[in-house]
Design a protein around this ligand. Structure first.
Ligand SMILES: Nc1nc2c(ncn2[C@@H]2O[C@H](COP(=O)(O)OP(=O)(O)OP(=O)(O)O)[C@@H](O)[C@H]2O)c(=O)[nH]1
Ligand SMILES: [Mg+2]
Length: 283
């Protein structure tokens, strides 16, 4: 049996927990290529995700994950060819990743996860990323249009943040920075993509336009065959803690949410597709 370990990378509020909950709902109630192995479910800690699904069934958003929490969830799966696999799936408070970046220190537990993981899944919620694209243009502008004071920016530009973070992680996991061949397969999920709809564009082109330097970095440092970029909306819309959304209540959470696959421009309801891609790459 195969036991792929996926390392989930994503900051706070990037949609990790809702994606995990929706993934669980799809695997359990509306399976496609992967489904939950019957009989094994009771022995596995999927309670946290049951809680997320319960909230979604009522048409409401689930809770934020406490920053110190780290859950290792095990999905006992079987694929369309009847191969059994145990997928190890983490969920944690996204502040942990931010802290690791700020302190430039990787705790021992994260070091082990980095070394033992077979594939990386990176969540980027473009609508909440900060960039400073006009700095050069402003310098060249007329003196009266320039800011009076040189305002010090407290937040990193998202391009620099993600490049720096991936460099730290690659270095700690002993992948080296420059060798493309040794890097693990990387799936980038542009999460909450319903907030960032760009009709008719491939997710990779949206990333290229929004975070051009970061896009250049990953294209230069990962093999093309080991890199995929997806537009993902786990919920299909925004929910709040008391939205009581009718579509979720009437049809069920398993009928909500979509992905735009790598190199494609259309939505598809198979939320498991990025995971299938990663699992396929880890064999
Ligand atoms: N519009 C929209 N909002 C979403 C979607 N998925 C999640 N959200 C919202 O985004 C917020 C954060 O989602 P979470 O899944 O809790 O994010 P997280 O990465 O687990 O955050 P932490 O637990 O803080 O690390 C919540 O308010 C969700 O309701 C989506 O597909 N579309
Ligand atoms: Mg969470």
């Amino acid at each position: 049996m195969r036991t792929p370990e996926i390392l989930l990378l994503g900051g706070p509020n990037s949609g990790k927990t809702h994606y995990a909950g929706q993934l669980y709902g799809r695997l359990k109630r509306r399976p496609k290529n992967l489904k939950i192995r019957s009989g094994d479910g009771s022995s596995v800690n999927l309670t946290a995700l049951e809680g997320v699904l319960t909230n979604l069934e009522d048409g409401n958003a689930a809770e934020h994950t406490p920053s110190e929490q780290y859950d290792q969830i095990l999905f006992p799966l079987v694929d369309s060819k009847n191969n059994e696999l145990d997928l190890y799936w983490p969920d944690y408070g996204g502040e942990q990743l931010k802290l690791l970046f700020q302190q430039r220190e990787v705790p021992a537990a994260w070091r082990e996860r980095l070394e033992s993981s077979n594939g990386w899944l990176l969540f980027i919620r473009l609508s909440s990323e900060t960039t400073y694209p006009d700095a050069i243009a402003k310098l060249a502008s007329l003196p009266e249009q320039r800011p009076e004071k040189n305002l010090r920016q407290e937040t990193w530009d998202a391009n620099a943040y993600w490049i720096e973070l991936l460099q730290i992680l690659c270095s700690v996991a002993n992948y080296g920075i420059t060798s493309k061949e040794s890097k693990p397969p990387l799936a980038i999920l542009l999460s909450c993509f319903d907030e960032y709809r760009t009709e008719g564009k491939e997710p990779k082109d949206v990333l290229k336009e929004t975070l051009p330097l970061f896009y250049k970095f990953i294209s230069s440092n990962w093999l093309e065959s080991n890199l995929s970029i997806w537009g993902v909306s786990a919920l299909g819309k925004s929910l709040s803690h008391d939205s009581n959304d009718d579509d979720f209540i009437d049809d069920g959470p398993e009928y909500q949410g979509w992905v735009i696959p790598h190199n494609e421009t259309y939505e598809n309801t198979d939320l498991t597709a990025p995971i299938c891609w990663l699992i396929d790459k880890t064999t």
